[in-house]
Design a protein around this ligand. Structure first.
Ligand SMILES: Nc1ncnc2c1ncn2[C@@H]1O[C@H](COP(=O)(O)OP(=O)(O)O)[C@@H](O)[C@H]1O
Ligand SMILES: [Mg+2]
Length: 198
């Protein structure tokens, strides 16, 4: 169970978030939507434990994986090493299987620069799922992909979620994506004392 109870979050004197409180059940997929700049990425960083400078509390499972808008790959390391640096216990066979699952079979010795943008995003997904996360957090994972590639990524994410069953929290600009992938959609709205869930 993931339990988020933010009472306030500010950057300097600028209050960004008011009370933001929600839970995510095991295996549940929750989408977070709202206008640009309202605080969606800030919430994800708080839930992931990357940002600890807020008022409130978060209960999360131990195994958390995050997928950012940019694939954040190590360009000078092979695909296999990109997986094994984050997951040192992964055997070569398991690394290969993780690549197979995202359609990158046989590419373990390639470097990220030899992949298309869509393939780089799939590598980032493979890296996230390779740790068997109990909580998966994704920040606009399909942004700046062409529609066909984004659709393919969406289907792949669905398959991986069905296979691994993490609790999932993701941000998207697309209500279609939100409704398609999520069991529940949270909408962030501007309030007098920072953004809250409307
Ligand atoms: N590290 C930071 N320092 C100062 N302000 C920030 C920082 N990160 C985000 N902000 C501000 O917090 C607000 C929410 O940002 P963000 O969570 O990135 O919004 P969203 O993801 O919904 O577009 C914005 O006004 C942004 O400028
Ligand atoms: Mg953002």
């Amino acid at each position: 169970m993931t339990r988020v109870e933010i009472t306030s979050k500010s950057f300097g004197t600028a209050r960004v978030l008011g009370r933001v409180s929600f839970t995510i059940d095991e295996g549940e997929t929750v989408a977070l939507v709202g206008p640009s700049g309202i605080g969606k990425s800030t919430i994800l960083r708080i839930v992931a434990g990357i940002d600890t400078a807020f008022d409130g509390r978060v209960e999360r499972p131990d195994a958390v994986a995050m997928v950012f808008q940019e694939p954040t790959l190590l360009l000078w390391r092979s695909l296999r090493e990109n997986l094994r640096i984050v997951h040192p216990a992964l055997t070569p066979a398991e690394a290969e299987e993780a690549l197979v699952q995202v359609g990158l079979a046989g590419k373990a010795d390639f470097f990220p620069g030899q992949l298309s943008l869509g393939q780089q995003r799939r590598l980032a997904l493979a890296r996230a799922f390779a740790g068997q996360p109990e909580l998966l957090i994704m920040d606009e994972p399909y942004a700046s992909l062409d529609q066909e590639t984004a659709q393919g990524m969406l289907r792949l994410t669905e398959t991986l979620i069905a296979r691994h069953r993490p609790a999932t929290l993701f941000v998207t600009h697309s209500m279609q994506e939100a409704n398609h992938l999520a069991d529940r959609v949270l909408t962030l709205r501007e309030g007098p004392d920072g953004a809250t869930l409307g």
